[in-house]
Design a protein around this ligand. Structure first.
Ligand code: ATP
Length: 303
């Protein structure tokens, strides 16, 4: 698989303050790499080094096999990025803001602008002045600017921060489409953990400046804890005892449901149901709950 982004022992210190230690990661073509961490973990610092905005104390970063420190303009033409809140000329419309960027980039202004407006579903706001946009649409304008030159690599620092749930879904769909259909490689930082688990094909967890784990979304699916939640009317204690006697690792949760962690119960919940119904207990609910990325992440971080 073609390696598009690579960092080698990326380290950053400000005086005696170590912000990033030995971060080595790689991202392949068409991958959506979710870079997850709490506030202050070192996400923005890493991204700024990937974009050549700050120099590493030691280590190196490469995009398309080329060193960032020595990057020439043709490399930047392959990269789109959005870090922090994007700036737009407040009295220019969405269309005029984009045309300006297109001209600065030497692109055919009209066609590049119209195509990116359509791609980001900004058509209804094309003639709205930037200062009158909602936060979500301002963020989308920022994304449009990052995508106007059809880059093959997209680097985004917390892009869904200001978006409402519908906006988040739209951006997620767009990024997935770009990765799938155009082979775009996306590096995206976030602290919105559930969002990342829905979007990223691979996730890197950074904590205190150290990359503590890299995991594919399939691996994550396998690793995260699943539980069968059983609700019975009135006779919770009896049902729990029955399940324990049948060899299940059952326990009553804080909300009064019975939690079963056995894989066999999760794969065949009907067996649990039959056991309870045969004992004349009335079943009020049977659901498989999956541990969210949030709790998985917090568990890893606390380790
Ligand atoms: N110029 C600087 N001088 C000193 N310390 C800095 C500088 N820039 C960042 N830091 C420190 O580096 C650490 C990592 O910051 P960074 O912005 O990379 O974190 P982050 O994961 O992006 O967090 P957030 O989600 O809050 O943006 C923080 O403790 C921050 O205070």
């Amino acid at each position: 698989m073609q390696e598009i982004i690579r960092t080698e022992s990326l380290t950053k210190r400000y005086g005696a303050h170590s912000v990033l230690q030995d971060v080595s990661l790689n991202v392949h073509r068409g991958e959506i790499y979710g870079f997850l961490g709490l506030n202050g973990a070192g996400k923005t610092t890493t991204i700024r080094m990937l974009l050549g905005m700050i120099r590493p104390t030691s280590g190196a970063a490469y995009i398309n096999g080329r060193s960032i420190i020595e990057a020439k303009p043709d490399l930047w033409r392959q990269i789109g990025y959005m870090v922090e809140t994007p700036y737009a000329y407040p009295n220019f419309t969405v269309r005029d803001n984009l045309r300006l960027i297109a001209r600065l980039r030497g692109l055919p202004a009209k066609s590049a602008t119209e195509s990116v407006i359509e791609k980001l579903q900004l058509t209804p706001y094309a003639d709205t002045k930037a200062k009158n946009l909602s936060l979500g649409n301002a963020q989308k304008l920022g994304l449009a600017k990052a995508l106007i030159h059809n880059p093959s690599v997209l680097i985004l620092d917390e892009p869904t921060n200001a978006l409402d749930p519908a906006g988040i879904v739209q951006v997620r769909e767009l990024l997935r489409r770009l990765a799938r259909e155009e082979g775009m490689t996306v590096f995206i930082s976030s602290h919105i953990l559930e969002e990342m688990s829905k979007l990223a094909s691979r996730i890197g967890i950074i904590h205190g400046g150290t990359l503590i784990q890299e995991i594919s979304s399939q691996e994550f699916e396998q690793l995260r804890r699943k539980r069968l939640m059983v609700k019975v009317q009135d006779h919770g204690e009896t049902a729990n005892r029955l399940l324990l006697e049948a060899g299940y690792r059952a326990q009553i949760s804080a909300e009064g449901s019975i939690e079963i962690a056995d894989e066999q119960a999760i794969r065949q919940p009907e067996r649990v149901a039959r056991l309870l119904v045969d004992a004349n207990l009335s079943l009020a609910g049977l659901t498989v709950e999956e541990e969210g990325l949030e709790s998985y992440f917090l568990q890893r971080v606390s380790e």
